[in-house]
Every structure is written in C-alpha cells, then in structure tokens.
Design a protein around this ligand. Structure first.
Ligand code: ADP
Ligand code: MG
Length: 227
C-alpha cells in the first residue's frame, strides 16, 4: 500500500500557474461556444452542421480540462458541509451501473452503515468517486468486478474501490496524479490529479495497492464524525 497524495506538493506551483491560465482561457471559450451554437441554429447544409458540431464537441473538451485545472487554484471551490456520505456514494454507483453493464463489469456497493457523517463538498466528492470508479471500469476492457466498500476505521471512513483490471506496474505508481499522465488513447490524465486535490481539501488521504494483471484498489480515507 502506498500513499499517493502527499506527492502533490511538488505540483503546487505549476498547478497554480496552469489554473491561472485556465481561468483566462475560460472567457474566450464561453464566447466561442455561444457563437458556434448560434451558427448551428439555421444551418441547413448537413456537412457544415457536422463540422460545427465537431467544433462544439472540441470546445467542450477544452472546457472540461480548464475546469479541472481551476480546482487546483481555488481551495474555495470546495465548500465543506456536514453530510451523510453514504447516499452520495450510492448515487454515483447507480449513475455508473448502465455503463458498467455495457462493459461487462459487475459493479457492487457494500456499506454496513446507513449513516456516515463527514464534512464534505458533495458535488466535488461525487466527481472524485466518479473518477475512481470510471478508471476502474476502464481498467477492465474485457469485463470484471468492481467493488465499492465503505468501512469505519477509528475516526475515519475508508472508501475502497477495487477492480480486477490491468493493474499498475510498481514503477508507474509514482506518476499517478501527475498532470497529463495517461496510458489511454482518449484519456486526458487529469482525473487523478483533480481527485487527489479534492481529497486533500477534505483533509483526507488516498492509498493505492496494485498488482499487474490482477487489479487495483484505491483506498480513500476521510475524517468522519463520531456516530
Ligand atoms: P485518464 O483516466 O484520463 O487516463 P486519470 O488521471 O484518471 O486519467 O488516470 C491516469 C492514469 O492512471 C490512467 O491512464 C491509468 O494508466 C492509471 N490508472 C488510474 N486508475 C487505474 C486503475 N484503476 N487501474 C489501472 N490503471 C489506472
Ligand atoms: Mg480517469
């Protein structure tokens, strides 16, 4: 088991800069999107319409990257509130059930508690669970099992996300969370970076265990309120 979060420190400076640039990119992007959408409204030529839709899709892609980077610079984007985290996880699991089934992945959620109160930003945490579960699904191109489990450990809740996928070679573990580190054809390598940052803003930790060709487990630890 290796803690994969504390290494984020060395990225702080470059992260801040990137986030600043991202902020500047957002305004022109918004106007590009608006005008491009306007142009599609009365476009009759199907070929031109197709090109415009490609432009719109690509703008959306850049938008996602920009928004991911902005999380790095704005700790205030995480607003903590006391919440029951169980339905938050449940919600993300059900959101991904269809996608899992399509990819022959058996997705399960096990939680012996009905209520686990934590200080969290619900939407940000959803983004984190979504990233980890999606990564797990994507690690199993031929299907497999993805188990999400929660446990209480001392004053922490541990959420573990275990897949039976391709695994991560030991020498690659230290690259997890580096911006743009991806081994996927259509990946952007920002999901873990953003997820680690959000967990850090929740005063949590992330540990990873992985065996090539066997699978990977990400354990997220978050401080919990006593029941
Ligand atoms: P992306 O999913 O766009 O590639 P991420 O930051 O989410 O970006 O993940 C970075 C990389 O970490 C992935 O491309 C993959 O190589 C590795 N990775 C993350 N989660 C897993 C997993 N569950 N199993 C195997 N590899 C993983
Ligand atoms: Mg990902």
């Amino acid at each position: 088991t290796e803690e994969v979060l504390h290494r984020q420190d060395k990225l702080a400076a470059v992260g801040q800069l990137a986030a600043g640039v991202a902020h500047e990119i957002r305004n022109p992007l918004t106007s590009m999107k608006g005008y491009a959408e306007f142009l599609t409204l009365d476009e009759k030529d199907p070929e031109r319409l197709e090109f415009m839709n490609i432009i719109l899709d690509e703008i959306e892609r850049v938008n996602t990257i920009v928004e991911d980077f902005m999380v790095l610079a704005k700790p205030k984007m995480v607003e903590l509130e006391e919440k029951n985290v169980v339905p938050v996880i449940k919600n993300v699991v059900s959101l991904l059930e269809f996608e899992a089934r399509k990819k022959h992945v058996k997705l399960s959620f096990e939680c012996p508690h009905e209520i686990i109160q934590i200080e969290c930003d619900e939407n940000r945490l959803k983004q984190v669970f979504l990233n980890f579960i999606k990564n797990g699904i994507e690690a199993m191109p031929n299907g497999g099992d993805l188990q999400v489990k929660t446990m209480i450990h001392n004053n922490n809740v541990q959420i573990s996300i275990r897949d039976t996928g391709v695994g991560i070679p030991k020498e690659k573990l230290k690259q997890l969370g580096e911006p743009f580190y991806t081994t996927k054809k259509n990946g952007n390598g920002l999901g873990l970076m953003v997820s680690f940052k959000i967990i850090e803003n929740h005063n949590g930790k992330v540990f990873v265990e992985s065996q090539p060709n066997k699978g990977t487990t990400f354990n997220i630890l978050l401080p919990a309120k006593p029941a």
